[in-house]
Structure formats: C-alpha cells, structure tokens
Design a protein around this ligand. Structure first.
Ligand code: HMG
Ligand code: MG
Length: 297
C-alpha cells in the first residue's frame, strides 16, 4: 500500500523572511498560489510579527488578503502573540502557528522573552483561535542544537513540545533551526518525544546548513514521522540564527519520497518550474540539487 507523506511548504515565510532585497507583494502572492497549484496542501503565507524585527514579513496582511485560496489548501501564518493573532484573523488566516524554542537564549533572541513567558503569550492566541475555529500549529526551534547554547538534549525539547500539544496545537513542528542535527540524533529525539506525544502529531522541520536535512527526514520516517516542512528551491534561513541556511528543498524531498514509493501529491515538474522562476527573481541559482540536475545544462 502506498503511504502518504504530507508536506508543509514554508518557502514564502521561512524562505523569504531573511531576504535583504525587497520582494513585492505580487511576487509573494504568485509564489504562494503556484505552490498550492503544484499540489502543496499547506503553504505558509507569512508572519504577523514586528516589522521592526522582520521587515520582509511586514506586508503579510496584504499578501494574505490578496491570495486566491485553493480549495483544500491551508495557509498558516506565524503569530507570536495576541497582536499577531488579531492581524492574522483580520487577514482571514485559517491556521496560525505559535513558535517557541527548546533553548532559552534562542527564545530571547528570536521573540524577546523566556520560554516560560512565551507559553504565557501563546495561551491567549490558542484560546482565541479555538473560539474562532482557527487551527493552531506549534513550532519548537533548536531541537537538535542552538546557535547560542550548542547541543540541545531531547529532555529540553520534550517539556516545550508536550506543553504546546497539551495546550491544543494540532501538530508540533520540530525545528532543526541551524541544520546541525544528524539522523541518529533525529531518531533519538523522535523516539523520546513519541513516548508522550502521538507521533502523528509531530512534524519535521529540517534546515540544510550541514547537508543533513534529507537524511534526517528519512530517519524521521523510520520513527513514524509523516509530516515534513520544506522550502521550494531551499530558500531561507532564520534572521536570529546566524549562518542558518534554508530548509530542505521541496523538490529534493518530493523526488526522494516519490521515487521511494511515498505519495506527496505534489507535481515535481511544476515545483521545479517554480524553483527556477523564484530563483531568477531573487537573482541566484536554485538551491535544489534536483532542479539543478534537471534544468541548468
Ligand atoms: P517585543 O518587542 O518583545 O514586543 O517583541 P512588545 O509586545 O514589547 O511590543 C513592542 C513593539 O512591537 C510594539 O510596537 C508592538 O506594537 C510591536 P511599538 O509600540 O514599539 O511601535 N509588536 C508587534 N507588531 C506587529 N506584530 C506583532 C507585534 N507584537 C508586538 N505580532 C515580538 C516580541 C515577538 C513581536 C518580536 O520579538 C518579533 O516580532 N520577533 C520576530 C520573530 C520572528 O519572526 N522570527 C523568525 C520566525 S521563527 C523561525 O524562523 C523558526 C522556525 O522556522 C522554526 C525553526 O526553523 O526552528 C519557525
Ligand atoms: Mg525554520
């Protein structure tokens, strides 16, 4: 029996948030719409965060108000606090994501509060979302390492992930923010978390800084993970994680999974077209090995 893997395309948010050049709303809208048309069932559309902290996401309200939504596709946006949630709600977001961290220092650098304070800020977001029928995803950053604190143990990840799950997040995305983790570490992490959180409620979010992301996805699959975040053309990086590269390239994930008998529902050729197009727009070569192999001769 063919097994299904769900992909969450995070390129328009995680991919573009770190870009220094101005990317117009029309380009972002086209990117999101094309990714949905290529078969992505979840396309992260933006972030309702402080424009002083992440200027590139400042127009997320305009982006969300402009996109034509495809049936059966969700368009999550990041909401760090109640103010972000109100913005997301006004822009008709169907899904929001709160984002915490397993590392105290990263939490301070990224969202200007401790892990404990962040949980307090998420409470009203989740409460309001529940009342509005909006789904809430939870991120935990630095699950396999922190740019400031170094190694992070599964025991540091578990309390944050479990708390977010118990608070009502339907899924906890495990972020290897700086891409330092390896397959064995990934397995150990998923195994530890799965003792207290259903594995079906966990997702993998691997950045590819050290070239480990696809291997980590396969390690996660071995442990039962069936949801992965990815970014077209491997766009991205986190502004508060120096040296972090983009997420694993969506094209590379689709190629690897589909050729191994998993169904993603994503059209690889369409994805490669999008990768070539957005790379041209950004003035760089595609960050996907599959796209480079197929299109740049
Ligand atoms: P703060 O300064 O502590 O917030 O920032 P505050 O409540 O004290 O408010 C200060 C100012 O920010 C006020 O404006 C507020 O109105 C404004 P002022 O009066 O000075 O003009 N403000 C907001 N503006 C817009 N939207 C909001 C909002 N909240 C307050 N929601 C805050 C706290 C979280 C807002 C800030 O630290 C921030 O925006 N951080 C950005 C975090 C971010 O976007 N990081 C990148 C995404 S996370 C990521 O990439 C990791 C992930 O991919 C997983 C992985 O790879 O690990 C998800
Ligand atoms: Mg990320």
């Amino acid at each position: 029996m063919t097994q299904t893997i769900s992909l969450v395309e995070v390129g328009p948010r995680d991919g573009l948030q770190n870009e220094k050049q101005t990317i117009d709303v029309a380009t972002k809208v086209e990117l999101i719409e094309r990714l949905a048309a290529a078969g992505m069932k979840s396309v992260e559309g933006g972030a309702f965060v402080s424009p002083k902290w992440v200027p590139q996401m400042a127009a997320s309200d305009e982006v969300m108000n402009t996109i034509k939504r495809a049936p059966g596709v969700s368009y999550p946006v990041l909401t760090p606090n109640r103010q972000g949630y109100e913005g997301a709600r006004a822009a008709k977001a169907d899904t929001v994501a709160v984002f915490g961290a397993a590392s105290e220092t990263f939490s301070q650098k990224n969202i200007n509060c401790s892990i404990e304070e962040s949980i307090e800020r998420f409470k009203p977001v989740i409460k309001a979302a529940k009342a509005d029928g909006v789904r809430v995803r939870g991120y935990v950053s630095c699950v396999l390492g922190c740019p400031y604190e170094g190694a992070i143990a599964p025991a540091q990840v578990l309390p944050v992930a479990r708390t977010l799950y118990e608070m009502g997040c339907y899924e906890i995305s495990l972020g290897d923010t700086i891409g330092v983790g390896t397959p064995r570490q990934t397995k150990a992490l998923v195994r530890a978390l799965a003792q207290e959180i259903p594995v079906a409620a966990l997702a993998g979010h691997f950045h590819d800084t050290y070239g480990q992301a696809l291997s980590n996805i396969w390690a996660g699959i071995d442990e039962g993970l069936r949801v992965f975040d990815c970014s077209v053309s491997g766009l991205g990086g986190c502004p508060y994680a120096k040296g972090a590269s983009g997420n694993v390239a969506s094209e590379d994930v689709v190629y690897s999974l589909e050729r191994s008998g998993f169904e993603t529902g994503v059209d690889l050729d369409a994805l490669i077209d999008i990768s070539v197009w957005i790379s041209e727009r950004l003035g760089r070569k595609p960050g996907s090995r599959v796209t480079l192999a197929q299109r740049t001769h």
